[in-house]
Write a protein that binds this ligand. Structure first.
Ligand code: FES
Length: 147
């Protein structure tokens, strides 16, 4: 049994400890805001916050999460939208939307450490892939959220 925290709640997964966190979140916890894109760490659709870092959840086993704090898009804010989510709406970022929860998680982690990132810093920190090419709107939303 693997125990850690997801969105400030203790969880215990009775699954193979080598199960990727992505699948534990989606299949066992029904937290389907974390998306499966590639499964190889390339696209970033599965990005979650683990102990304050933006991590591709398809590359982390649940055993590696033991005792750690995991936050998904569902746990990013409690009663109202997170400032990053508000900025995403204001800048009308999503097109198809599939990659956006991972983008938002990566942006929230970035802004926690740097409230005024340059475009180069945004590009370096958010390496997620958006097949719709919404990168200019993502940068605008990150800048807005940091204000
Ligand atoms: Fe994890 Fe693509 S699904 S990086």
């Amino acid at each position: 049994m693997t125990k850690f925290s997801v969105n400030d709640r203790p969880v215990e997964y009775r699954m193979d400890p080598e199960t990727p966190l992505l699948w534990a979140l989606r299949d066992a916890s029904n937290l389907t805001g974390t998306k499966y894109g590639c499964g190889t760490g390339d696209c970033g659709a599965c990005t979650v916050d683990i102990d304050g870092e933006a991590i591709r959840s398809c590359l982390v086993t649940i055993a590696e999460c033991e005792g750690r704090l995991v936050t998904t898009i569902e746990g990013l804010s409690r009663d109202r939208s997170h400032p990053v989510q508000q900025a995403w709406v204001a800048e009308q970022v999503p097109q198809c939307g599939f990659c956006q929860s991972g983008m938002i998680m990566a942006a929230a982690v970035l802004l926690r450490g740097n409230s005024s990132p340059s475009d180069a810093e945004i590009d370096a920190a958010i390496t997620n892939i958006c097949r719709c090419g919404t990168y200019p709107r993502i940068r605008a939303a990150v800048r807005r959220a940091g204000r």
